[in-house]
Design a protein around this ligand. Sequence first.
Ligand SMILES: *Cc1c(COP(=O)(O)O)cnc(C)c1O
Length: 243
Amino acid sequence: MNTIADNLVAVRGVISEAATRAGRQEEEIELVAVSKTHPPDAVIEALEAGQFLFGESRVQEARAKIPILPGRARWHFIGHLQRNKIRQALALGFELLHGIDSLETARDLNRIADEAGMFPKLLLEVNVAGESSKFGFSPAKLRAQLEELLALERLQIEGLMTIAPFAPEAEASRPHFVALRELRDQVQTEFCLPLPRLSMGMSGDYAVAIEEGATLVRVGTAIFGTRSGKAWKPAAEGATFDD
Ligand SMILES: *Cc1c(COP(=O)(O)O)cnc(C)c1O
């Protein structure tokens, strides 16, 4: 079985090749190693192999994991942020929140960040494929609500994020990644607003995402292996998770 270190070498190789094919610099692309459901030991193995940026998608799991891991690990929140978990998420010091998916969440985040004296960096999640099962702004809603989002003074909106519909073929994701990049380009021009960061691509399709302009790829399975499906929790008795 491949080790996490082997997998990281392979993933970095794929990133480098995809960047070259697209005429891009490898350094433009940040690899977010998605450690959700995996134990702290797996994160330590990745740290020892030179991977410092990690992604978690549940606040409760991140609260159990982040404080017991070395401070050189950097963390992004990549999931849907429940409005009642915003305060806890901010306290964990995530460098970037990838999945801000509604005006209501953005308003709450702004208010709580103001109380906490923080200026969180975030990406707006766009449901480019219009899947009813997914969170995120529709492209039309994003345009309609962007002025209001930009007026939220505490928020540093740095770009857009999407999750492509599940498909066995990586190529099936390409039109969705193109749609996100084109939406970003249009919104940047219309609103005179720099949105340099594009978070798109997961284990099955990150090479395609890089070809289409991703600056952040969120890769879990290809680094850490298959997930059990359950959040990691410490063995200590009394630990409870409500998300
Ligand atoms: C779990 C998750 C990933 C990683 O998925 P893999 O297919 O394991 O690479 C990426 N993005 C989000 C938002 C996730 O929840």
